[in-house]
Write a protein that binds this ligand. Structure first.
Ligand code: ADP
Ligand code: MG
Length: 429
């Protein structure tokens, strides 16, 4: 790979903060964030979708660019940087369709024989509603395009499905993202996130993890960007992990190659491990690290991440040893502004960030910003996440919650789930 002087991380969430934190431990090179947040140090005032400005910055500063979120990937940031011979880590626009079009991903899985919920595709309300009424099973309705986690309706009955179809096709709530929909069978089980590093041919799996998507304890209430995660998850045994590699990850990379698409980057399979059969079904692919999975995975990584990213760029993952993981459990708890994922207030001063950090706890910022007095203010729905390591999952959880309980931004203004990682503790029994 071409020599470079600096690193540029595109994005502003906890995922990007944790990637930057890890890379700063791996190298003495400067790590810039565009646009970053109140917890990241060298911020550049460029929006993560402003590809031309990012290009100019990366070129001027001779940077290796690492892309966190899906939007710039789906807009083709990698294609543009590669054309200009700037080193960049992430899948190109075509490869990003695995995430940016659920229709593409489902058809791809069907063609490749990758296990996924059975489905049909619709582009008008009448045939979609007819389909729902003729189906004896509960369904999930998904808009085709990117919808920031809001385009999926998990339905308990036909009426809910019909309502979702109305929202998408009649009220046009998702504009172009909702031009087509996927209606798939609802699968019951436990979810796990399986993320791997790919260089177009070879694949190295990362540690397993589990996200907590709903806003309320017990997985109740609406979906969010993710309220917490832990790693590893006892759900993904070594056996299951091998099966996921053989039946999902390898065929995906190979199938893309057959279509002339080289996938370089983090490939994330969102899985449902079906209750009873214990079979992994792919609910969706993401083409980047998960947030908040990243915040629990990276603190456990004992290898040099930067060397792996460089090897992936150079298509040399095959010659790299497996990644080393600390023999520890990690638990990451997201603290959110009260009201999220609905309306919430911003601009509150955050207290309690001055605790004594040791090498077992990290605070990764998401929706925060620093003011001119150096105070950290809330600046979004998900504000920050606290990750701790422990010898047991329970120990890691307790340590994270004790730090969380010290962080405040006003009387009852912060919200977090109280049951992060409890599922993992339960599975392990
Ligand atoms: N077929 C399905 N059966 C049961 N639950 C599902 C199914 N598909 C999606 N879900 C639930 O909906 C959530 C969001 O769906 P997903 O396809 O991951 O879309 P996105 O992350 O783009 O919103 C999943 O994490 C899962 O909880
Ligand atoms: Mg998802």
């Amino acid at each position: 790979m071409k020599q470079y002087d600096n690193i540029l991380i595109v994005g502003s969430g906890g995922r990007e903060h944790s990637i930057g934190w890890k890379l700063s431990n791996d190298t003495k090179k400067k790590v810039f964030f565009a646009p970053g947040n109140g917890g990241t140090e060298k911020n550049v005032e460029i929006d993560s979708d402003d590809i031309m400005k990012l290009f100019e910055f990366a070129k001027k500063n001779n940077s290796f660019t690492i892309v966190g979120p899906e939007k710039p990937l789906s807009l083709g940031i990698v294609d543009i940087f590669e054309e200009g011979q700037l080193p960049i880590f992430g899948p190109n626009r075509n490869a990003s369709r695995l995430e940016s079009s659920k229709v593409f991903a489902k058809l791809f899985m069907r063609n490749m024989g990758i296990q996924t919920a059975s489905f049909s595709i619709f582009s008008d309300p009448n045939s979609a509603i007819k389909h729902v009424h003729s189906s004896s099973k509960n369904v999930v309705v998904k808009v085709d395009g990117l919808a920031a986690g809001k385009g999926v309706f998990v339905c308990d009955n036909g009426n809910e499905a019909t309502e979702a179809i109305y929202k998408i096709f009649v009220n046009n709530e998702f504009t172009n993202s909702g031009n087509k929909i996927v209606i798939e069978e609802r699968i019951y089980g436990d979810e796990a996130s399986f993320i791997a590093l790919c260089d177009g041919r070879s694949i190295i799996p990362l540690a397993s993890s589990q996200d907590h998507k709903n806003i309320l304890d017990g997985d109740k209430g609406p979906n969010t960007g993710g309220m917490g995660s832990y790693s590893p998850t006892p759900l993904v045994t070594e056996n299951l992990s091998n099966k996921i590699m053989d039946k999902i990850m390898q065929p995906t990379i190979k199938g893309l190659n057959d279509l002339g698409i080289k996938f370089k980057g983090f490939l994330y399979a969102g899985l449902m491990i079906e209750r009873g059969s214990n079979e992994p079904y792919v609910l969706e692919f993401n083409v980047r690290m998960g947030d908040p999975e990243c915040q629990s995975i990276l603190p456990r990584m004992d290898s040099n991440l930067l060397q792996y990213l460089e090897a992936a760029m150079d298509e040399k993952l095959e010659s790299m040893p497996p990644i080393k993981w600390k023999d520890k459990h990690s638990v990451s708890i997201v603290m959110a502004s009260k009201g999220y994922p609905g309306k919430y207030q911003s601009g509150k001063v955050i207290h309690g960030l001055e605790f004594n950090p040791d090498d077992c706890t990290c605070v990764f910022h998401s929706g925060t910003k620093k003011n001119s007095r150096g105070e950290i203010l809330t600046n979004g729905g998900r504000v920050l996440s606290v990750t701790s390591l422990g010898d047991t999952l329970e120990g890691a959880k307790n340590r994270s919650y004790s730090v969380v309980s010290q962080i405040h931004w006003g009387e009852n203004e912060e919200y977090y789930r109280n049951d992060i990682a409890l599922k993992g503790i339960k599975y392990a029994i």
